[in-house]
Design a protein around this ligand. Structure first.
Ligand SMILES: NC(=O)c1ccc[n+]([C@@H]2O[C@H](COP(=O)([O-])OP(=O)(O)OC[C@H]3O[C@@H](n4cnc5c(N)ncnc54)[C@H](O)[C@@H]3O)[C@@H](O)[C@H]2O)c1
Length: 442
């Protein structure tokens, strides 16, 4: 793959359509946030592309531009939002229902939010059993994929967009594993024509996006693009893809804490995580099939960070348990408890309790923003297929087949920033730093 770097990167001019299947809590918090920031009413807290600096060159050079000034990523004023949902509510009404942001804040961007009406969704109740709604497409999966492609083209034309990205923010689908119909693009297209129920709605959206040359990010733990057919299509059409499952809440904390224990060679014998949440996501996850998808995505994290096969005496007997409890009174304001049993010198046990009163969508919205901007950049750099450098943002990062994912947030951050440096032909930073001791007095 000939990646375009620095001056070769295609220009960021024109409007970027950010197309979102699922106008629920995460999506509307993301959209309302961008509108508020554009109006100068809020700051982009939580967004690495907007707030973080990146060190360039030697520490003595003092070069630390903001990432948004360093990388040729689009500005927030270039974004146009569109989306699909099974409910007919516009983005303002959906945001009010999601109740993440308060009315006072939402009313300041009411006009912009009210203008976003969801397009008709591709939905199969067998994949999301706890909800259903009226705003749905009809026909075979093949016909619905063609209709989605038309939606994308119409939206871009109507809004005069130069490019688009798709970020899946719809409900978690039931747990599935790849079957024959998912193996190759030919089998997949044949399957869609036969309306094979093994093809999930999220896969129909991803197919439509990739066919239109639109990068796809999977914010949910669904299988979606981890199948031969869509990997093949991403490569064939040279489109970047990234996933899966926005890294927020309890898993974010896990990927912050676990690397710390491992770096100090402290053992972990148990990690019990329980949550209460009351939003629609919680309701969907109350269904065992959807919960299974989420559980698999969350469970993998500790194993890959702690590497029990390399450190059996520290982590082999780790008991890891995750519970998600639907508890409506809490709405989007989730509360999680972690009990971590660790041990140190001579095997003496210690306990850590983490009680995180988090707001999931407040953590997810800036992640969705960064991913939209960075996937658009990847597309303009001719980076296609799986974008592992974006692992930083995911609970369960995609990798090339046969490669294990990197879950450690700090390694992910180094990878993210070094890829940014590499794209802009700056030196990679190894943190070795010995040369300073030849240059400077000490
Ligand atoms: N909130 C977080 O921090 C967080 C973190 C990681 C992942 N996620 C995932 O992001 C997704 C969205 O979370 P949320 O809290 O916004 O949930 P939500 O229930 O508020 O919103 C999901 C929306 O998707 C719609 N939908 C369902 N199936 C659809 C389809 N096939 N096409 C179009 N729309 C469809 C629903 O009607 C709903 O409006 C979930 O899959 C969740 O697991 C959320």
């Amino acid at each position: 793959m000939a990646i375009l770097r620095k001056d070769e990167i295609k220009p960021k001019d024109g409007k970027l359509a950010v197309l979102i299947p699922g106008l629920g809590a995460v999506a509307t918090t993301f959209i309302a946030g961008v509108f508020s920031i554009r109006k100068g009413l809020a700051k982009p807290y939580g967004s690495v592309t907007q707030l973080s600096t990146i060190r360039l060159g030697k520490r003595t050079e003092q070069r630390k531009p903001l990432i948004k000034d360093f990388l040729p990523i689009v500005g927030l004023d270039q974004i146009v939002f569109g989306g699909w949902d099974i409910f007919e509510d516009n983005a303002y009404q959906a945001a009010c229902n999601a109740a993440v942001l308060n009315r006072e804040d939402l009313d300041k961007v009411k006009d912009e939010m009210s203008a976003i009406y969801p397009m008709k969704a591709v939905f199969d109740h067998n994949y999301v059993k706890r909800i259903d709604g009226p705003n749905k497409k009809t026909g075979t999966r093949w016909e619905m994929a063609q209709a989605l492609r038309q939606d994308i083209r119409d939206f871009m034309k109507k809004n005069d967009c130069a490019r688009a990205v798709m970020v899946w923010c719809a409900s978690t689908e039931a747990y599935t594993t790849p079957l024959g119909v998912h193996e190759s693009l030919a089998a997949f297209e044949e399957g869609m024509k036969k309306d094979d129920p093994a093809i999930a709605p999220s896969q129909v959206y991803a197919y439509a996006a990739l066919m239109e040359g639109v990068p796809f990010a999977n914010g949910a733990p669904n299988l979606t693009i981890e199948i031969g057919a869509l990997r093949e299509l991403a490569k064939k059409n040279k489109v970047p893809v990234a996933g899966k499952d926005f890294k927020t809440g309890q898993t974010l904390m896990k990927t912050i804490l676990a690397p710390g224990f491992k770096s100090r060679m402290l053992g972990v014998s148990g990690w019990f995580s329980t949550n209460i949440l009351g939003n629609r996501d919680g309701e969907v996850l109350d269904d065992p099939d959807s919960f299974k998808t989420k559980e698999v995505s969350k469970l993998g994290v500790l194993d890959t960070i702690l590497e029990p096969s390399a450190y059996p005496e520290l982590y082999e007997h780790l008991f890891h348990k995750i519970r998600i409890n639907y508890y409506p009174p809490r709405g989007d304001n989730k509360e999680s408890w972690d009990n971590i049993d660790i041990f140190g010198w001579l095997g003496y046990p210690m306990q850590i309790k983490v009680n995180f009163l988090c707001r999931d969508s407040i953590l997810a919205a800036p992640v969705a923003l960064d991913l939209a901007l960075l996937l658009d950049l990847a597309q303009r750099c001719n980076m296609y297929g799986v974008q592992e450098w974006l692992s930083f943002y995911w609970k369960s990062p995609y990798t090339a087949v046969g490669l294990y994912p990197e879950h450690d947030l700090f390694i992910q951050q180094i990878k993210l920033k070094n890829t940014m440096r590499w794209l802009m032909k700056e030196d990679l930073i190894t943190h070795l730093g010995l040369d300073y001791y030849d240059m400077l007095e000490h």
